[in-house]
Design a protein around this ligand. Sequence first.
Ligand code: SF4
Length: 424
Amino acid sequence: MTSAIPRRKTRQVRIGHVWVGSDHPVMVQSMTNTDTADAEGTARQIFELWRAGSEVVRITVNSAEAAAAVPAIWEKLDNWGCRVPLVGDFHFNGDRLLRDYPECAQVLAKYRINPGNVGKGAKRDEKFAFMVEKAIEYQKAVRIGVNWGSLDQAIAARMMDENSRLSQPLPAEAVMREALIVSALESAEQAQSWGLSADQILLSCKVSHVQDLIAVYRDLAGRCDYPLHLGLTEAGMGSKGIVASSAALGVLLQEGIGDTIRISLTPEPGGDRTKEVVVAQELLQTMGLRSFVPLVTACPGCGRTTSTVFQELAQDIQNFLRVQMPIWRTEYPGVEDMKVAVMGCVVNGPGESKLADIGISLPGTGEVPVCPVYIDGEKDVTLKGGRVAEEFQAIVENYVRTRYGEGGSKRREPVQKVIPIVGV
Ligand code: SF4
């Protein structure tokens, strides 16, 4: 799918084998929540995030044990055929960890540095400079990631002071937003003055409120040409986190702002970490920016659908498509653009089904218990009886094979070579 939304022009930055910037699709990132020192557990979660579609995965590197585990994590992933670029999240002791664990510094594809969490005064500059020096030595990308909750206090105080001397001081929130941007830009400038190439730098300025995030990024986007990583920090749990992130990121992406995204969802107890990847992909796909998994159009149901058959079929098909994608992506390029419709009754069912590549219209209450299936806009077959779900799934599989397989009319060559998945 080619997006019609013009992107803000940026530099292109390489993160391992993945390129980020306006010449490349908006990239999906995620972050683990395992203890990095647990190499096995962390590698497994990275693998799951990658299998769900995360193109870069960030891990916290907060202790000697964590830094020591990074090469082992990388090796496990490599053995499993997973070569997703890893980003190390460094804070107060990042300089020491990068110095003491050169193998960790080597295998990471990018260092995330929060300039507000490096130290204070001259010590801060010294530590930050050392981390930048390591990025230059190992030729790694650096994300200068400023966060509302850990804003560089020296910058905040300086700007508050300057503001108070103005004849018409700005509101405190406006000053804080400006302080975030200044912290990111000044840190990037400093890094460049120490020899880091501008083509190795990405920026982020994360805040936790939708309107603040939009205001900050709009401003930041106009003041530099570094690629920007978008994310609403502390977005929250469940629907609240999804809605807040989608609202904020949706506005910015629509304006062509943002080169990588992460949806920072607070996991529900026992919840699946890969949900943040699924939401990020769905956001980009519903906006028409990228395609990842065939989309299922399903009506919301109403009083005309008295059974759960329709909801179950829609759910089953969506799950089936997502589970198939790791294999289909390599065998059937273009399948990610396929549109499937599962509709609840005759009111909108045939119409939506005809608009999709493949669609099924189930019978509503009082309708004849048959399910017409439409393929490429034409009625193909009518299903009935107790095996409608299985039969429809088989029709979808056959459609994928014939349309997106070798010689298929809807097949298209993949944009990037996809690394095959090996079992884990
Ligand atoms: S398609 Fe039928 S079942 Fe679905 S919402 Fe519309 S009227 Fe209701």
